[in-house]
Write a protein that binds this ligand. Structure first.
Ligand SMILES: *Cc1c(COP(=O)(O)O)cnc(C)c1O
Length: 373
């Protein structure tokens, strides 16, 4: 079976460097908040052109720290997509606030700015104080942050970018990390920039958000660890994970270029047969996933089975939208229904995507998919 995401090929390239960096951590012994954590935050800050970078324990915790930074409270609502990974809406619900689900654009898979008015109204009709928008850069491409930002300013809302999949991408020459009031990413191993466990980071130019997030990362600490100014959590990034990320960051740019090359090859081989993903004007993608849309009437399971029999793994991101998951059914939905989201769940298919896919492998995937169709 072809690997869906190939972490082994990457490790082969970096193994000596990673071992040396881990050995350095074993030698100095600062397992929590060691020098590698500071070094990584400085490197990421350069990468994203963001004033503050706060590393943390996961992408989900980055979202929660960002929301604590924005002082999200019960009774408040935040507009977000339903066509996304659970953590987006979960970070809101776990703080007692309410997601307000909006529909996505059928081509970009991202929050549709044209649906924001309806979402805002649905939140207000449910008695919520709607305070923010949380777009997602799904599958690697940032959402239409210009239109979303315009809407947010007009209605006095903040924007937190869930960039767990899109870190590394750019929009009109601005890197993800600097497209919203706060940006959150994940270093889960399968993300474009992943460590060897759980990890994440948030990016912001807002001094107050940074101060709160830094404090909440360590139990709401104040002047010292034993002054507790607020209620926080344990949400630090391990020094060992920072060491792994420093190594991986050294080849991240080349990997992004390699992912784009794979996407270009898929595009040229498949665009006549299925709906291939297209980049918005001025946007690049970190290509966390390569997601196609199958024709409405075809049997997706049969196509997956055929591909699997020929050694080609596929995935469905996401089979069930968040607003239809049991714990989330009570939250408001723009216009009461999300037609595009529902239809995408039935027709999307993610093909193998990673920087180490050989041309022959991409050809094999494309050929096998065309056979299956
Ligand atoms: C992976 C992911 C997260 C959560 O990241 P973790 O590090 O797994 O907590 C949040 N949002 C999206 C869109 C993701 O893909």
């Amino acid at each position: 079976m072809l690997p869906f995401i190939d972490l082994k090929a990457q490790q082969k390239l970096l193994r000596d460097d990673i071992e040396a960096r881990l050995q350095a951590v074993l030698d100095h012994g600062a397992y929590i908040m060691g020098p590698e954590v500071k070094e990584l935050e400085a490197e990421l800050s350069k990468w994203a052109q963001a004033k503050h970078v706060i590393s943390c324990s996961s992408g989900t915790d980055a979202l929660i720290l960002a929301l604590l930074g924005k002082k999200l409270r019960p009774g408040q609502g935040v507009i977000c997509p339903s066509f996304t990974f659970a953590a987006t809406a979960e970070s809101l619900a776990v703080l007692g606030a309410s997601p307000v689900f909006a529909d996505v654009d059928p081509n970009s898979f991202n929050l549709d700015a044209r649906n924001l008015s309806a979402a805002l109204q649905a939140g207000i009709d449910s008695g919520l104080d709607v305070v923010g928008i949380m777009p997602v850069g799904l599958f690697g491409m940032p959402a239409d942050m210009t239109a979303i930002g315009d809407f947010a300013r007009k209605h006095g809302l903040w924007v937190i970018d869930d960039a767990a999949q899109s870190f590394g991408a750019r929009l009109h020459d601005t890197p993800v990390g600097n497209l919203a009031d706060v940006t959150c990413t994940s270093f889960f191993p399968a993300k474009p920039l992943g460590c060897y466990g759980d990890g994440g980071a948030l990016f912001t130019n807002d001094d107050e958000v940074a101060e709160i997030a830094i404090s909440c990362r360590v139990h709401g600490m104040g002047k010292t660890k034993y002054h507790n100014d607020r209620i926080g959590m344990t949400a630090r990034l391990d020094t060992m994970q920072a060491a792994v990320l420093l190594s991986k960051l050294s080849i991240f740019k080349d990997e992004l270029a390699a992912r784009q090359k794979v996407a270009d090859q898929y595009e040229s081989l498949l665009s006549q047969s299925v709906a291939t993903p297209r980049l918005n004007d001025g946007a690049s993608s970190a290509w966390a996933q390569y997601t196609i849309k199958l024709p409405q009437n075809c049997d997706r399971q049969k196509i997956q089975d055929h591909l699997s029999a020929k050694g080609v793994p596929t995935m469905i991101y996401y089979p069930i939208p968040m607003h239809k998951q049991a714990p989330y059914q009570r939250y408001p939905v723009a216009n009461g229904a999300l037609a595009i989201t529902d239809s995408l769940c039935d027709i999307v298919l993610a093909l193998p995507m990673h920087p180490y896919l050989a041309e022959e492998q991409v050809e094999h995937v494309a050929r096998t998919l065309k056979e299956a169709l």
